[in-house]
Design a protein around this ligand. Structure first.
Ligand code: GUN
Length: 296
């Protein structure tokens, strides 16, 4: 039976470290800040943004959530971002994705000052990550690597199969895991919708990361005995509970549990780690910007 990895517990210890660090800066009158921009009323985005705000409040990071109408123009949004780029109260800045269709997402990402880009979505930061000189690391992939590290699962020399090639998870995680460094050094296969038969790849995984956003499609007969399963999926599945839905991962948890060596649950696995790593990135942005102020 697989060990169930408690992402909430790992995230809690990181949040406590961040809180202690924030307190020590606050004692000297220095307050780290994060600005979060949310455009429109996507229910999942609202949940994520609320979780980010709550985590900031709990750790003492000053945060605001700037909720903008879904019909805001691209230029108005660019002006907002330019203001936050200049505002010294906010060391981190992120725009929750997805954005409404009339706004060019890439243009928005590229307008965020790289030094404040705590999502690590700006091409400058993505490039630094790729060449092994990262300033920030994107939160979900960093959370996955931290889960493996704290669970004493060393990916070095292992075959990691990633399902999904998104800019947020699949692509950056593959880049991070192939780096020649501790906690990485894996052999990575990225599987995507172009594959005819994903089982051909999943059967060869020592570590399987499911991040394609399709509820419970990874089944026990698609993996080998002793696989480590990291489930990034957060899918709403119809249910007869009072909410009308439940959250399900990309992996059929109950089916795989007896066959895997370790598995992350949904909820309570990767999700809480994403928030914890965002807080870490905000502290990194804060420290870097404080250092530069002292230098100038
Ligand atoms: N949408 C889904 N995940 C993320 C994330 O990590 N950051 C932002 N900004 N938007 C998202």
């Amino acid at each position: 039976m697989a060990k169930i990895i408690d992402g909430r517990a790992i995230a809690r210890t990181i949040r406590e470290q961040v809180r202690d660090e924030v307190q020590s800066f606050r004692r000297h009158g220095r307050i780290p800040g994060l600005a979060v921009i949310l455009v429109g009323k996507n229910p999942s985005s609202e949940v994520y943004v609320n979780m980010k705000a709550k985590a900031c409040e709990e750790t003492g990071i000053h945060s605001i959530t700037d909720q903008l109408d879904s019909d805001i123009s691209e230029n108005e949004l660019l002006d907002k971002i330019a203001d936050y780029n200049q505002n010294p109260q906010f060391h981190g800045l992120l725009v929750q994705l997805p954005l409404p269709a009339h706004i060019n997402e890439q243009k928005i990402i590229e307008s965020i000052a790289p030094r404040k880009d705590v999502d690590c979505f700006h091409p400058y930061n993505v490039g630094k990550l790729m060449v092994g000189q990262s300033i920030f690391e994107p939160a979900t992939p960093a959370g996955i690597i931290e889960i493996l590290r704290q669970s004493k699962i060393d990916p070095s020399g292992k075959h990691v199969v990633i399902l999904g090639r998104s800019n947020i998870v699949g692509k950056p995680l593959s880049m991070m895991l192939i780096q020649k460094r501790s906690g990485a050094n894996a052999v990575v296969t990225v599987v995507h919708t172009g594959a005819e038969d994903i089982t051909k790849y999943t059967l060869n995984a020592d570590i399987l990361v499911a991040a394609m956003g399709k509820a419970e499609i990874v089944k026990a007969d698609m993996v080998k005995e002793g696989v480590v399963v990291i489930d990034v999926g957060v899918n709403r599945v119809e249910s007869d509970n009072e909410k009308g839905y439940r959250l399900a991962g990309d992996v059929d948890f109950d089916d795989i549990l007896p066959k895997a060596a370790a598995i992350t649950p949904v909820p309570g696995g990767v999700g809480p780690m994403t928030i914890a790593m965002l807080l870490r990135n905000t502290m990194k942005a804060f420290r870097l910007q404080e250092k530069n102020i002292q230098k100038n």
